[in-house]
Design a protein around this ligand. Structure first.
Ligand SMILES: Nc1ncnc2c1ncn2[C@@H]1O[C@H](COP(=O)(O)OP(=O)(O)O)[C@@H](O)[C@H]1O
Ligand SMILES: N[C@@H](CCC(=O)OP(=O)(O)O)C(=O)O
Length: 356
């Protein structure tokens, strides 16, 4: 497989030894592999977890700290250690890396989204390997990403990568409990219609946040946007080279049709939506056809919340299921005036409409 640009996400468990301490040798081995890819002409962006895990080994949290404060404390101390290990390790092969800490808020609208995109593009243009992590010190509760898998999916879409490699501590998605010998790795997932929920258990590994469920949701969404996703075992030697050579068992999500940059942005904008609009059945049917159709006011059943021109709005059906998201061409007041009428300007233009 020949990719020009890859996002590599490394989970906490890959970077942590069984005693909870950060595994410097593993980081060194991974940075070696990444440098080789880089020297072979591949652009690499790392999304690395591990701040909390490294902090855990450095500081004893006082009993009076609640869970949120403890996470802030460990991440704040741990991120310094983590990034220094990466920087020292990359420096051994004269490779520069950089730290990019983000929160969900940094992607809240297209302007903020493009600021982060430009920052990462500039780093890549200067041959730097960006190491992205959520800024756990400031992002708490509802402001948080589900986990770094979600963040990695967002970045892969944003940077038009050809592939996203998720490194975790199991060989991929198993068709049963990964601890059982009877379970096997699902090698290939093709299309979003494949239901993996029966296989994936709620639990997550010792130091992980989201678990395999968020990985499968995210991987299907990202593959749908035209990006190949590999879920593989980051604790195996030479895993990255082996994935690209196609000679290690792991789960690969085949890419579906290539989507425009604007639609990729919208695909990850659901939580930033301010507006909520209910469509009638005719509009729902029309939008789900293969044709490029904009959302016209005649297909609106109800405007359920206020929004302004340019805001992201969520489109739902009569049972409340989400159909898609789009960018409003005008505000809620005008949408209410024009609702149900024919021959009116589209509320969402096709180019700014992402259907789930
Ligand atoms: N069907 C399944 N196949 C593989 N792993 C699974 C499955 N169901 C649950 N898991 C669990 O998901 C864990 C990986 O997710 P997570 O803990 O979030 O890791 P990471 O820190 O790499 O993000 C595995 O260690 C495994 O225990
Ligand atoms: N941002 C956190 C990681 C959160 C997270 O998503 O962890 P994981 O499920 O191991 O990828 C940290 O650096 O500790």
């Amino acid at each position: 497989m020949k990719y020009k640009r890859i996002i590599i996400k490394i989970g906490s468990n890959v970077l942590t030894q069984s005693n909870g301490l950060i595994d410097e040798q593993r980081i060194a081995h991974l940075t070696n592999q990444i440098t080789k890819l880089k020297n072979g002409g591949v652009e690499v962006i790392l999304v690395s977890s591990g701040a909390v895990a490294s902090g855990r080994g450095l500081i004893r949290v006082a009993d009076r700290c609640d869970a949120v404060a403890a996470r802030q404390l460990m991440a704040s101390v741990g991120q310094v250690k983590l990034i220094n290990i990466y920087a020292d390790s990359f420096a051994k092969s004269a490779q520069l890396c950089s730290q990019v800490l983000v929160t969900k808020e940094d992607f809240r609208d297209r302007t903020h989204y493009l600021n982060i995109k430009n920052c990462l593009e500039i780093l890549l243009q200067h041959s730097v390997i960006p190491i992205v992590n959520e800024n756990d010190v400031v992002s708490v509760t509802e402001l948080m990403f589900t986990d770094n898998d979600e963040l990695a999916g967002l970045i892969a879409s944003m940077l038009n990568a050809q592939a996203l490699i998720i490194l975790t501590n199991v060989d991929g998605i198993f068709n049963g409990n990964p601890a059982l010998e009877s379970s096997q790795v699902i090698r290939e997932v093709n299309g979003k219609g494949v239901d993996l929920s029966a296989f994936v258990m709620q639990g997550k590994s010792q130091f992980g946040r989201g678990g395999m469920i968020t990985k499968t949701h995210m991987a299907q969404k990202v593959a749908q946007l035209g990006i190949t996703v590999h879920i593989a075992n980051g604790t195996r030697q030479n895993i990255l080279q082996d994935i690209l050579a196609g000679n290690v068992p792991h789960t690969r999500f085949l890419p579906q049709k290539i989507t425009s940059g604007r639609k990729k942005w919208l695909a990850h904008s659901e939580t930033a939506a301010t507006g909520l609009v209910e469509l009638n059945d005719g509009a729902k049917q029309a939008l789900s056809s293969d044709k490029a159709i904009s959302l016209l006011p005649v297909g609106i059943h109800a405007v359920k919340s206020d929004f302004r021109k340019g805001d992201i709005i969520k489109l739902i059906d009569s049972t409340g299921n989400i159909i898609g998201v789009g960018r409003a061409e005008y505000g809620a007041d005008k949408a209410r005036e024009r609702m149900g009428q024919k021959n009116q300007k589209p509320l969402v233009h096709y180019d700014y409409l992402y259907l789930q």
